[in-house]
Write a protein that binds this ligand. Structure first.
Ligand code: SP5
Ligand code: ZN
Length: 341
C-alpha cells in the first residue's frame, strides 16, 4: 500500500514533557516517524508520497474555529509574554468554575487542553497542519479506489477533541478523515482505535452520531491515561446510542486476550455494514513500550494486520502512538504487511 509522509513533522521538536513531576524529553519525538519511514522503505511496502495542501476546510468540519485560531496563534502569544520555557498548560476550568475563554495566554492554554503532557512549541502549528494534510491525502487515495493507504501522521491525533489538545495530539487526523469520507459520500464510517490509550477525542467528536461508529481497545482508564474517559459504560448518546464501544484491558494483557476484543470489534463493524474503515494505529501496546502496560510482541502485529485485512473494507491507517522507537518501525509495518497478506 502507499504511504503518505511529510518531513514537516520535524517542525514539532518539543524539548519538554511534564511526566512524573519533572520535565523530560518528550516520548513523542521526531525519530518515531523517521524510523517508521525507514522501515516502510526497507520492506518496500509501496510508494511514499508527499501530502497535498488540503487547507483548513476539512479540519474545521471536526474542530471549532476558535480552537483552530488558538492553535495558530498560541506560540506567538506565549512568546510575547517573555516566558522562559515551552507553552505548558497549568490551569483548567475545573468543576464549579466558569467555562469562558480568557484573554490571557495561560488561561487560554488551559481552556483548550486537558493535559500538561503536551507542550506547544514554535513549529507545532506547522507540524499539526502537515499531519492533517498527510491524513487527508491518504484518505483521498482510499476514497479514489486504493484498497488501503497509510497516513504516517506525526503529531498523532486521536486524543484531540473538537476544541482540546492533549496526549501529544492537536488535530484529530482519524476524525478529520472519517468526516471527509462522509462528506464525499460514504454512508457509514467505522473508526477502530488500536492504540494502547483510549481514543477519547475521536469518541467525543462522534459520540452523538450514528454515521460514524467509534470503537477503541485500550488500557483501563481507571489505571492509565486519559483517566477521565474510555470506560465500558460509554456507549454513545442520543442518535449515537449504541455506536460507541470501549473494550478495556488490565495491566499485562497479552495478544491472545487482546485479540478477543479485536474479534468483538470486527463483529460490530461487520454488523454495522461500514462502507469504509479508519484504523487509528498506535503500537504502544508493545511489550517494551515505556509508558504502557500491554504485552504484544512484534510477531503479534502481523496477526493484528491479517485480522483487519479480513474485514475486507477500504481502509485508511492513521499513525497514532508507540514510544519504543527501536521497535516502532517493525511493529507498524508488520500490521500493514499482515493486512496486505
Ligand atoms: C498518542 C498517545 O499515545 N498519547 C499518549 C499520551 C500519554 N501521555 C501521558 C503519559 C504519562 C506517562 N507516564 C509514564 C511513566 C512511565 N514510567
Ligand atoms: Zn497511545
Amino acid at each position: 500500500m502507499k504511504t503518505v509522509f511529510s518531513p514537516l513533522h520535524n517542525r514539532r521538536t518539543a524539548m519538554t514533557e511534564l511526566d512524573g513531576g519533572i520535565l523530560i524529553a518528550p516520548h513523542e519525538k521526531p525519530s518515531r516517524a523517521e524510523t517508521i519511514l525507514s522501515r516502510v522503505r526497507q520492506e518496500q511496502l509501496g510508494e511514499v508520497l508527499p501530502p497535498s495542501e488540503s487547507g483548513l476546510g476539512p479540519v474545521l468540519r471536526v474542530h471549532t474555529r476558535d480552537y483552530v485560531d488558538f492553535l495558530r496563534t498560541s506560540w506567538v502569544d506565549w512568546t510575547a509574554g517573555d516566558k522562559p520555557g515551552e507553552a505548558i498548560p497549568a490551569v483548567w476550568p475545573a468543576r464549579g468554575m466558569q467555562q469562558r475563554v480568557p484573554k490571557d495566554i495561560d488561561g487560554r492554554l488551559g481552556y483548550y487542553s486537558f493535559t500538561a503532557d503536551t507542550s506547544i512549541t514554535e513549529g507545532t502549528w506547522d507540524a499539526a497542519c502537515a499531519s492533517a494534510n498527510v491524513a487527508l491525502t491518504a484518505q483521498a487515495l482510499v476514497a479514489n479506489g486504493e484498497p488501503a493507504a497509510f497516513a504516517l501522521c506525526r503529531p498523532p491525533g486521536h486524543h484531540a477533541h473538537a476544541d482540546l489538545f492533549g496526549g501529544y495530539c492537536f488535530f484529530n487526523n482519524a476524525a478529520i478523515s472519517a468526516q471527509a469520507f462522509r462528506d464525499q459520500g460514504a454512508r457509514r464510517v467505522a473508526v477502530l482505535d488500536v492504540d494502547f490509550h483510549h481514543g477519547n477525542g475521536t469518541q467525543s467528536i462522534f459520540y452523538q452520531r450514528d454515521d460514524v461508529m467509534t470503537i477503541s481497545l485500550h488500557g483501563d482508564p481507571d489505571l492509565v491515561f486519559p483517566h477521565f474517559l474510555g470506560f465500558e459504560d460509554e456507549t454513545g448518546e442520543g442518535p449515537g446510542e449504541g455506536f460507541n464501544l470501549n473494550l478495556v484491558y488490565p495491566p499485562g494483557t497479552p495478544f491472545p486476550v487482546w485479540r478477543e476484543g479485536l474479534e468483538t470489534a470486527c463483529a460490530r463493524i461487520e454488523a454495522y455494514q461500514a462502507d469504509v474503515l479508519v484504523i487509528a494505529l498506535g503500537v504502544d501496546t508493545f511489550e517494551q513500550d515505556p509508558i504502557s502496560f500491554f504485552k504484544l510482541t512484534s510477531a503479534d502485529y502481523l496477526l493484528m494486520g491479517e485480522r483487519l485485512g479480513r474485514l475486507n473494507l477500504p481502509t485508511l491507517f492513521t499513525m497514532e502512538g508507540g514510544y519504543d522507537v527501536d521497535a516502532i518501525g517493525v511493529n507498524v509495518v508488520n500490521v500493514l504487511k499482515g493486512f496486505e497478506g
